[in-house]
Design a protein around this ligand. Structure first.
Ligand SMILES: *Cc1c(COP(=O)(O)O)cnc(C)c1O
Length: 240
């Protein structure tokens, strides 16, 4: 059970993040309501997630299918939007159908096709984002920038998925290699794809920025930020 103090701290952290998002949006000449905060809820139990929702959180993002199902069954996300933001295997897609409004982390044509197939079986149209491996890191999944055009051509005709934008997790920022460079590259891809006007593709969302860098991301055009630690504190142990 969470103590009253823990609840208060969580509430204050959430409100601080919401306020910083609003300020970053205003500084970029945008409306605070145009930037969606998705809380990265991995490793935080149903009680914590519910406490965040009670304090005004409106969207949760989970990384692992198993964890999502368990917490879903415990009613963790009641009153909130639910999205998927983690690595997804094709054989697990079926468990997400009807539960998540957006799958942010679609990292291959094969995965997108699998989502389309499952969505069809469930008689729905699944919103997705294409994940871009903007730092071209071997350890990360996602499309290379130059592969996006072909992927969009292949996926646009599929009627049971709808591509709503792009997502990225840039390399961890070091002194010489700043996230802002990657955020700016993402922004450019987003603008270029929007201009091409593919059928069935609407570039509504650019999802980038986490606890360490969400303000920079908003300055570069992010309209979804995914924040975990900034809201919930350090996760009990490491997991990706
Ligand atoms: C955990 C996670 C985040 C949030 O990371 P923090 O540094 O804790 O804010 C964002 N996006 C994804 C995909 C994550 O897995």
């Amino acid at each position: 059970m969470m103590t009253e103090t823990e609840r208060k701290i969580l509430e204050e952290r959430l409100h601080t993040v919401q306020e910083r998002i609003a300020q970053a949006a205003r500084a970029a000449g945008r409306n605070p309501s145009d930037v969606l905060l998705v809380a990265a809820t991995k490793m935080n139990d149903a009680e914590r997630v519910r406490a965040a929702i009670a304090a005004g959180l409106t969207a949760c993002g989970e990384n692992r299918v198993q964890e999502l199902i368990e917490k879903y069954e415990q009613g963790a996300y009641t009153g909130s939007d639910l999205q998927f933001i983690g690595t997804l295997q094709s054989n697990k897609v079926k468990y997400l159908m009807g539960k998540v409004s957006l799958i942010q982390s679609v990292s291959s044509v094969k995965l997108a096709e699998c989502i389309a197939k499952e969505a069809k079986k469930h008689n729905l149209c699944q919103d997705i984002l294409l994940e871009v491996n903007i730092g071209r890191e071997a350890a990360k999944s996602g499309f290379f920038a130059e592969a996006l055009a072909q992927a969009l051509e292949t996926l646009a005709p599929l009627q049971t998925i709808r591509i709503r934008g792009l997502m990225a997790i840039p390399p961890i920022s070091t002194g010489t290699d700043k996230s802002s460079r990657y955020f700016a590259e993402m922004r450019q891809l987003f603008v270029d794809i929007s201009a091409k006007k593919y059928d069935n593709v609407s570039m509504d969302y650019l999802s980038m920025g986490m606890t360490a860098d969400f303000e920079e991301a908003i300055a570069c055009g992010a309209n979804i930020v995914r924040v975990g630690t900034g809201i919930f504190g350090a996760r009990p142990y490491l997991q990706q």
